[in-house]
Design a protein around this ligand. Structure first.
Ligand code: GLN
Length: 187
């Protein structure tokens, strides 16, 4: 298995470190030619969704990646990556727009919105969750399923082979969420 990690801006290196711990091959996607090889899944990291979205367009990566996702390439979006996948974005613009969720950007406030908590994740028990100027999911459409809640708000969801978390599992030493994604890829 080989996983492409979008490496235009943000916390992409940390996902590579997690995949190293799990013994999974990965590579960074920085330009168009990087996606000419074949790969089994894509990770969209946290960062600034507006910046990543602009770079995706400028580097002509948006369309080919959208096409791959539409054709079933499994994708895992954390934080800004979640925003990029959402169909509807309050306080921002949708980018791939392929996931049937409506999200609120910078939902916990711009400056003081970073916090750590632990909460139930569907089928995994309690997992550590680090939030940094995070969005939350206002609602999931009929195609998507909520996987975790914090303070009454949805913070993780899946739809087919798409997984999103408002928090950053790559910033804790808990590997459970990445393992969950690997299982989704194998199915
Ligand atoms: N606030 C960022 C955005 O709107 C997301 C923050 C993050 O990815 N940690 O894109």
């Amino acid at each position: 298995m080989n996983i492409g990690i979008l490496a235009l801006q943000g916390a992409f290196a940390e996902h590579g470190t997690v995949l190293d711990h799990l013994g999974i091959e990965h590579f960074e996607i920085r330009q168009r030619q990087d996606i000419e090889r074949s790969f089994d899944a894509l990770i969209l990291p946290g960062g600034e969704s507006t910046v990543i979205s602009k770079l995706l367009r400028d580097l002509e990566l948006l369309e080919p990646l959208a096409e791959k996702i539409e054709n079933g390439l499994p994708v895992f979006g954390t934080c800004a990556g979640l925003i990029l996948l959402a169909r509807e974005v309050e306080g921002g613009v949708s980018c791939f727009g392929c996931m049937d969720i409506s999200v609120k950007r910078n939902a916990y406030g711009r400056q003081l919105g970073s916090f750590y908590t632990e909460a139930e994740f569907h089928g995994l028990g309690r997992v550590p969750m680090t939030f940094i100027r995070a969005p939350y999911i206002r609602s999931v459409g009929s195609q998507a399923q909520a996987l975790a809640m914090v303070d009454g708000q949805i913070v993780a969801a899946k739809q087919g082979s798409m997984l999103v978390t408002a928090f950053h599992p790559e910033l804790t030493d808990n590997l459970a969420i990445h393992e969950y994604f690997l299982k989704m890829i194998k199915n």
